[in-house]
Design a protein around this ligand. Structure first.
Ligand code: FE2
Length: 344
């Protein structure tokens, strides 16, 4: 009975040893990537595996000699197996320790790389922000160059950009143009707005700064600022090999004096043939002109400016955009007060 119990223990040991060898093979395969350059660990893994086979052989021998009643021989083998067992445990622990060290080292490397990448990403984002801000400031500086020579002084370019933003945000939500106006379009049209009168740099001072109304000849020259502005922007576009907001800026600059009924300039475009950017700027530009003081007139009240824009719905202006203006006109008034000319 006792013999049968010992025998069962040894057979059980053999079964577990076979399973252990299979597991060891699988582990060797998994760990080989970690130890690819580590000769010590590669050797340890090999010895560890060989020991498992020796163990298995020892168990089988003990079983055989046990059946043959060779007690002394089986005891000798058992002692050897015990000794090897101690070596096996040592190797196993050493391997586990090395595995943990290698994994920790790899993890540290990964964390360092990840930290460096995060740092680089933040640096690039910061550079990108600076680039965008520099671009915005450059646009305002360019636009101001034309504006400073004009009798229309002050925050005209700043206010019109804000009016354009108000209109485009409302049109995005509440008009038939909502599918056409993407977030990217909104950003680009707002960025383009300050450049709408850039062509005035090409208009002589005596016309640009004239007090009183223009003669027909003078007005014809003044009208050229649309074409001149579009030409300036076109020159910049030709130097770029990617699509930029300047395409919208070019359209807006060329078309912001077109009228819905075709009576505008420079091309007499009708209705939706006028680029949307030009139609939006037309409302913003006229509102600002009505609210501003000129040599020939005092500033109109917000109410009067609104009435004039409403009267020209469908003649001068796109009806859809005037509807949008009606929804946000109180915010127009707030901007016109907040960014009045006194600080310029
Ligand atoms: Fe203009």
């Amino acid at each position: 009975m006792i013999k049968f119990f010992f025998c069962s223990l040894i057979v059980g040991g053999i079964i577990f040893m076979v399973l252990g060898i299979r597991q060891s093979k699988s582990n060797r395969k998994l760990l080989s990537d970690f130890y690819i350059e580590d000769k010590l660990n590669v050797s340890l893994m090999r010895y560890h595996h060989i020991l498992l086979y020796i163990f298995l052989s020892g168990y089988i021998l003990v079983l055989i000699f046990f059946f043959l009643d060779k007690f002394h021989t089986s005891e000798l083998i058992t002692s050897g197996v015990f000794f090897l067992g101690a070596v096996f445990v040592f190797l196993e622990n050493q391997l586990n320790h090395n595995s943990i060290s290698v994994m920790k080292s790899n993890l540290d490397k990964t964390l360092r790389i990840s930290s460096a990448l995060e740092h680089e990403r933040e640096r690039l984002m910061s550079l990108n922000r600076q680039l965008v801000e520099t671009e915005d400031v450059t646009i305002y500086a360019l636009a101001y160059q034309a504006e400073i020579r004009d009798t229309i002084t002050g925050n005209h370019i700043l206010r019109t950009a804000k009016y354009v933003q108000l209109l485009v945000e409302d049109l995005m939500e509440n008009s038939k143009y909502s599918k056409y106006i993407t977030t990217e379009y909104k950003t680009e049209i707002v960025k383009s707005a300050p450049l709408h009168d850039i062509g005035k740099v090409g208009i002589p001072d005596k016309i640009l700064q004239k007090e009183g109304t223009f003669t027909k000849e003078e007005f014809d020259i003044m009208k050229k600022h649309c074409l001149l502005g579009a030409q300036i922007i076109r020159k910049a576009i030709e130097r770029l090999n990617f699509k930029s907001f300047l395409s919208i800026a070019e359209q807006m600059t060329l078309s912001h004096h077109e009228k819905w009924d075709g009576s505008g300039y420079p091309n007499g475009l009708i209705g939706e043939n006028i680029p949307l950017s030009g139609r939006i700027m037309a409302v913003a530009d006229v509102y600002d002109a009505l609210r501003a003081k000129r040599q020939y007139k005092d500033p109109f009240s917000h109410k009067k400016a609104c009435n004039i824009i409403l009267e020209e719905k469908g003649t001068h202006f796109d009806p859809e955009i005037v509807s949008s203006f009606e929804r946000v006109e109180d915010q127009f008034e707030q901007i016109s007060i907040a960014f009045d000319n006194e600080d310029s």
